[in-house]
Design a protein around this ligand. Structure first.
Ligand SMILES: Cc1cc2nc3c(=O)[nH]c(=O)nc-3n(C[C@H](O)[C@H](O)[C@H](O)COP(=O)(O)OP(=O)(O)OC[C@H]3O[C@@H](n4cnc5c(N)ncnc54)[C@H](O)[C@@H]3O)c2cc1C
Length: 607
């Protein structure tokens, strides 16, 4: 065990150092039982790729034993070192650490508690951050750019880039094809580029950022800037707290250029089939109207969690004389001043669209079918995100990387326990606001167990509104509120299940988005989608019935039951953080490093 602190460690530092020394000793002796004994009887070890070649959480000593039995020998972990002064609070010692494995370098965060007079791990996060021999060319290892000296074959940077572009897909194949060039696809594209893995990002939109440009015009990000940085290139400190959608779109477009991401716009993937024997995909695409085939070995669907609109099919839609569209196709309010608009739905998009329509003088009715969780943006920023992602956190020395790791270190099994008090605080602070909404008849909820927004996002990816003002319009009746299920349309009205008729010139279906495994079914096959199981959400492994608790976001950023198929996406925070682990898994496969996956015994994943 190496101790990086200069003076002999005292107090918390001493205790953490002793715990790591004991852990390393047990690891060196390959004594799984002794190592598991260093964990508390209730404990959680979350591993991001370092030990498991998976994203996985194991629980309690039995889970630790299981993980170590399968992985200790081949991982050969060593060099555990506490990397900064541990903190002590409420009987928990929290320590950052670094370590090495047989193939790479890792970092992590442990929370130690006392149990039976012994210091034991309560939560333990291990993450791989680089592969030995495949370090990114950064800092002292950055490229030189100019090649001094003389060379008659010299090509400029622009010439090399042009040649690379001309060859890609013709004489060279990408090892990884990323379908979808939104924030998820480009974050991964940037990482793969840095790691030297031949990759190509394709998108059916013409320009990077069009995903955001094409959304309703009033949209600004709901998450604040500190939470939204992309890898390598944080937003400058004059960037607005909430990015307007066209500004973030331009940033994504610049990002693709600056990070030199191989990117084809106006390119649609039509189908993909995996050839087991050859270990590669046959992907049929149409680029600028021209059909072509690519043969990557790895296929990443970064096609968006909010990319497949759920549009209800209702009797009467064909006779309705007004306009109707899904929220994803809503152009904005300009054309609807003085018009009667029915917005079906009561989550984020519904509120944003209702607010903008009202501002433009439309007569707006919101149809609420089931309850919604609402949290005020200011309260969420202060109470929910402030400690990790805020100007104050930055001033206190919190980096984005550290914040992401702190967040990742809270196991999903108990994350709600950390969230509930925060949402109770918000409920109390904004009691008057909630009271007014309830008096207006709005159905509110706080998630299944009172754990609020983030858990709802992880579990379902929907069912909430981060209030930036439009909730008041519902509370004071400026936007009319009705409850029920839309059952049909007439020539000029929306009809609810209780018979209520809502006259309408425009109907907006703010009815959300379908799951990402729908994309796998569309592009590959239903059979492949079924084999993979649900994508997104926390809970049991849905390919088995009833499946064991997985403890992770299903199928995201990790090996799936379809060899060579991966899913990537989520909000900007997730795209940033988890793209690293996905990129490392792909890099290892490209480099031929063995990647035996723990927890997917029925999948060999040799490549
Ligand atoms: C109204 C709204 C507001 C949101 N606000 C926020 C926010 O404030 N903060 C936040 O972090 N997140 C927000 N999100 C959620 C999420 O971050 C965004 O949806 C984001 O765009 C997701 O990025 P992505 O890269 O995963 O997917 P997308 O941006 O949806 O990109 C997927 C891409 O895949 C392409 N594609 C799909 N199929 C194919 C195919 N067959 N061939 C080629 N290309 C294909 C699509 O053209 C699309 O460009 C919001 C979402 C919506 C709808």
């Amino acid at each position: 065990m190496t101790q990086t602190l200069d003076a002999p460690p005292q107090g918390a530092a001493r205790r953490a150092a002793d715990w790591f020394a004991a852990l390393e000793d047990a690891f060196r002796a390959r004594d799984v039982e002794r190592a598991a004994g260093l964990f508390a009887s209730t404990s959680y070890w979350r591993d991001l790729v370092a030990f498991s070649w998976n994203i996985t959480t194991v629980e309690h000593r039995a889970g630790v034993t299981d993980l170590l039995t399968a992985t200790l020998d081949r991982t050969d972990p060593s060099g555990f070192a506490v990397s900064e002064e541990p903190e002590e609070a409420d009987g928990v010692t929290t320590a950052w650490f670094t370590f090495q494995t047989a193939v790479g370098r890792g970092k992590g965060l442990v929370r130690l508690v006392e149990e039976d007079g012994q210091l034991r791990a309560w939560t333990f996060l291990t993450t791989l951050y680089e592969l030995t021999g495949h370090e990114e060319p950064r800092g002292p290892g950055r490229p030189r750019g100019a090649e001094h000296g003389v060379d008659r074959q010299r090509l400029t940077w622009a010439e090399r880039r042009a040649r690379e572009e001309a060859e890609l897909g013709r004489t060279t194949q990408p090892y990884v094809l990323v379908v979808g060039g939104g924030q998820g696809g480009v974050a991964l594209g940037a990482r793969l580029r840095q790691l030297g893995v031949p990759a190509l990002v394709v998108d059916r939109h013409a320009r990077p950022g069009d995903q955001w440009r094409s959304r309703y015009k009033s949209l600004c990000l709901h998450d604040p800037v500190w939470y939204d940085h992309l890898p390598y290139l944080p937003f400058p400190d004059n960037w607005p707290v909430f990015s307007p959608k066209d500004k973030i779109a331009d940033w994504l477009e610049s990002y693709v250029k600056v990070m030199e991401i191989p990117y084809w716009g106006s390119t649609e993937v039509r189908s993909a089939a995996y050839d087991e024997a050859a270990g590669e995909w046959t992907v049929e695409l149409v680029r600028d109207g021209e059909e072509l085939t690519l043969r990557p070995q790895q296929l990443v669907l970064a096609t968006g969690m909010s990319g497949k609109p759920n549009v209800p099919v209702l009797p009467g839609q064909d006779v309705f004389r007004g306009e109707q569209h899904h929220s994803s196709a809503h152009p904005g309010p300009d054309a609807y001043a003085g018009k009667r608009v029915v917005v079906v739905g009561s989550n984020n998009s519904a509120f944003d669209i209702c607010g903008a329509l009202w501002e433009h003088g439309a007569d707006v009715t919101m149809v609420q079918r089931s309850s919604t969780h609402i949290v005020r943006s200011s309260s969420l920023m202060e109470i929910g995100l402030g400690a990790l992602y805020s100007e104050e956190a930055v001033a206190a020395g919190m980096t984005t990387e550290k914040a992401d790791l702190v967040f990742a270190s809270l196991p999903y099994r108990i994350l709600h326990e950390f969230q509930i008090p925060a949402y109770e605080q918000m409920k109390e602070r904004d009691a008057d606001f909630y009271d007014r909404l309830e008096k207006a008849g709005f159905w509110l909820d706080w998630g299944d167990d009172g754990s609020g927004l983030f858990m709802k996002y992880l579990r379902r990816g929907s069912g909430y509104y981060i209030d930036v003002g439009a909730a008041d319009l519902v509370a004071n009746g400026d936007v009319h509120l009705v409850h029920g299920q839309v059952v049909r349309l007439t020539e000029d009205a929306v009809v609810l299940d209780d018979g209520t008729e809502l006259p309408a010139d425009l109907v907006v279906y703010a009815t959300g988005y379908g799951s990402m495994n729908g994309w796998a079914a569309d592009l590959i096959s239903q059979e492949a989608a079924d084999r993979v199981g649900k994508v997104w959400g926390l809970g049991s492994d849905t390919t088995k019935d009833p499946g064991p608790w997985e403890g992770e976001q299903r199928n995201m950023w990790k090996p799936t039951r379809q060899e060579g198929l991966w899913f990537h996406g989520g909000n900007l925070h997730q795209s940033r953080h988890y793209s690293l682990y996905l990129a490392l898994q792909l890099t290892a496969r490209h480099a031929g490093i063995p990647t035996p996956v723990h927890g997917l015994a029925d999948v060999h994943h040799t490549r």
